[in-house]
Design a protein. Structure first.
Ligand SMILES: [Cu+2]
Length: 111
């Protein structure tokens, strides 16, 4: 019975993380005319709010992104390699690069 409870807790925890910019209302008016196709990569800077080492997810309060049309907001990103989170901590200022893969934004570089 213990393992069943654990699985339910894990499911509930993962459900609250939103990875998609689209879900978070990331589209802004004028985005369509700026670029004919959505760029696949972008850059940004922000402040780390939370880090989940187990899931490889970092929550960043970021400014407007370069490359990908996105306003300033706080959101959770998956990192390509969990080891990228090893030297980061909450409230740290970071520069990061993201790539759009399989409908999600993935951090490819962060420091
Ligand atoms: Cu965002």
């Amino acid at each position: 019975m213990k393992s069943v409870l654990l699985i339910m807790l894990l499911a509930a925890a993962s459900a609250e993380i939103a990875f998609s910019h689209a879900d978070a209302g990331m589209k802004s008016p004028g985005a369509d005319q700026a670029l004919p196709t959505s760029p696949k990569t972008g850059k940004g800077a922000g402040v780390i709010q939370r880090i989940n080492l187990e899931k490889g997810v970092v929550t960043i309060k970021h400014g407007p992104l370069q490359g990908i049309v996105a306003p300033a907001m706080t959101m959770s990103f998956r990192v390509r390699d969990k080891a990228m989170l090893a030297n980061l901590q909450p409230l740290q200022k970071v520069d990061f690069e993201i790539s759009h893969e399989d409908g999600n934004y993935v951090i490819t570089k962060i420091k």
